[in-house]
Write a protein that binds this ligand. Structure first.
Ligand code: ATP
Ligand code: MG
Length: 229
């Protein structure tokens, strides 16, 4: 089960509705995502942005159409290969009642303490190391994280995973403009030549992306680069 170095994705007339829902969450999505492309996905609440990412993680199977990863139907890929091919920053981040180290290691069990410290510095979480270091206890019975810290922890996890495809669902929600811009710069830099899909409500920082996709009502209604839209 070899993990590909680069990832291209293709949606062919994909339609999906959640179990026991009559309304389509995604409707006739045809989309080609090139290897190394960085794409921002915009659209109002409930339009299907998270669902689109969920289908790529194979949390659900579409009722119609096919999703191809480097030409191979997603549904034919072996689960371990699929997991190692993509890093996901979910819309709702989970903090485990565990040490800071273990909260990070679930993405990458073999990472060294130096690698963990380095990714915490890069994501602006260096101050979590100040008291207790990687052994400090997070979550229940320990230190709680702010919304912004939690989002950065999820980004740190995803960066440690070091997969050729990264899917981020509103990773900068709750961050101030300066931090947001630092995180977007970091992603643009560390994910260069890798494929990145980011759902966002924010209009700032979109010039960094190769393409912007606008969704409405389960469909793609517009796409282009920052200058075109
Ligand atoms: P937001 O910007 O608020 O995160 P979104 O664009 O990510 O919205 P989705 O979460 O993809 O929207 O939801 C698309 C549609 O599917 C919505 O109508 C939503 O109510 C519905 N939906 C989402 N998750 C489920 C689920 N688990 N079961 C049933 N319906 C769902
Ligand atoms: Mg969503």
């Amino acid at each position: 089960s070899l993990v590909p170095e680069q990832v291209a994705l293709r949606f062919e007339q994909v339609a999906f509705s959640y179990p026991e829902q009559t309304q389509m969450a995604l409707n006739d999505i045809t989309l080609q995502i090139h290897a190394g492309e960085h794409i921002a996905i915009l659209g109002r609440t409930g339009c299907g942005k998270s669902t689109l990412l969920q289908l790529i993680t194979r949390a659900w199977d579409p009722q119609q159409g096919v999703i191809l990863l480097n030409g191979q139907p997603l549904r034919e890929m072996a689960e371990p290969t699929l997991r190692r091919t993509m890093s996901v920053v979910p819309q709702r981040v989970h903090l485990f009642s565990a040490t800071l180290r273990d909260n990070l290691l679930l993405a990458c069990p073999e990472a060294t303490d130096d690698a963990l410290s380095s990714v915490l510095q890069k994501t602006g979480l260096g101050k979590l190391l100040e008291d207790g270091g990687l052994n400090s206890w997070l979550g229940e019975g320990g230190r709680q994280l702010s919304g912004g810290e939690l989002r950065r922890l999820a980004i740190a996890r995803a960066l440690l995973h070091d997969a050729p495809l990264m899917l981020l669902d509103e990773p900068t929600e709750g961050l101030d403009a300066t931090t947001e811009s630092q995180i977007l710069d970091l992603l643009a830099d560390l994910m260069r030549n890798k494929t990145l899909l980011m759902v966002t409500h924010r209009l700032r920082g979109l010039a960094r992306f190769n393409r912007i996709i606008v969704m409405d009502n389960g469909q793609i209604i517009e796409q282009g680069n920052h200058a075109e839209l």
